[in-house]
Design a protein around this ligand. Sequence first.
Ligand code: NAI
Length: 365
Amino acid sequence: MNRSTLTQQFREIKIPGYEKVVEVKDASSGLHAIISIHSTLLGPAIGGTRMYNYRGFEDGLNDVLRLSKGMSIKYAITGQGFGGGKAVIFGDPKKHKTPALLEAFGRAVDTFKGKYITAEDSGITPDDLFDIRKGTRYIIGLRHENCSGDGSSFTAWGTFLSIQATCKQIFGSPSVKNKVIAIQGLGAVGEPLAEMLYWHGAVLKVADLDESKAKKVAQKTGATIEDPADILRTKCDILAPCAMGAVFNDETILTLNCKGIAGAANNMLADDYHGQMIQNLGIWYAPDFIANAGGGISAAAGLEKDNFDPIKTRELIDEIYGRIEQVYQMAKSKNMSTVKAALTIAEYKMKNKIGVRSRPPVYHH
Ligand code: NAI
């Protein structure tokens, strides 16, 4: 441990199935965080840092465990040679976030010597990354000339392809022309997604808690504005949740009025078994960790030797279409949910080290 981490206390929490989970406290800055490395079987673990006022320690722990495992699955499927990790910082970002706290967090990340690479997530802005960077070089998503910048439009494109693959599965053609697509959430991903769908001829229904965002998108795309309370149960061909996680639970699934679901929201299913519930209703569900991988792919692409390459990155994101198709085929032929099919593929790749990283990542910042 170097001098700069002397004020920090580290406590390892043993969690079966996870490589390393560590609680960090730093008395001088008030930092309280958990860093979870789920797996480095395929390469260093990548995953953003979330700052949130959790109700208690267990809430934060459960979140970081769930999210870091999700990142392993996401990167196993993208095949870029990375594993899954995640970090949570306890506290209200509006009240408790200071440059000193972020730098202390960076120093904690640094103690993993590159086994964990951090990035932004809810509560952490791209500007905050510069403070974290003071404590560690193991970070992606910093704005500089050699990186992808904001990954949201990459995420939107992958989501668009997932909607097309879902249309192919349901209607026999990937075209979204005249298909009714309902989007929940018109933020960094939902808005560009709405535009892509508009240009491809889709009929849009949209909702956002922030009415001004819904009005802005409706004006540009001719979308019908729905009440946010109704958007998940509105009649449509494809439902695209692009807001919060855990939107599908025992109750909301029973009110669905769509033929397919493909959106960007992370952890849409409150539990994995909801994937089967959705399938039982004859609705095709594109697993979120494949559909929304575009941003993660573009961020990781910034760690390749030759700087960020937008063309190669697009080629990688274009593969999302085929991955969703593969999952639909497997679910059909093996009579399993699409989530189970996707998890089976990811676990097979991890176990057999398919796509393992052959050279270390390069930090261009
Ligand atoms: P954002 O914060 O920019 O936008 C979210 C939008 O959803 C906001 O406009 C908000 O007002 C709206 N919203 C929240 N609750 C709502 C509700 N109940 N009904 C209707 N609208 C609601 O977030 P962003 O970046 O667009 O991400 C959207 C989702 O996609 C999140 O779940 C995020 O974790 C996930 N995601 C985003 C990626 C990215 O590249 N930005 C990458 C992978 C996943």
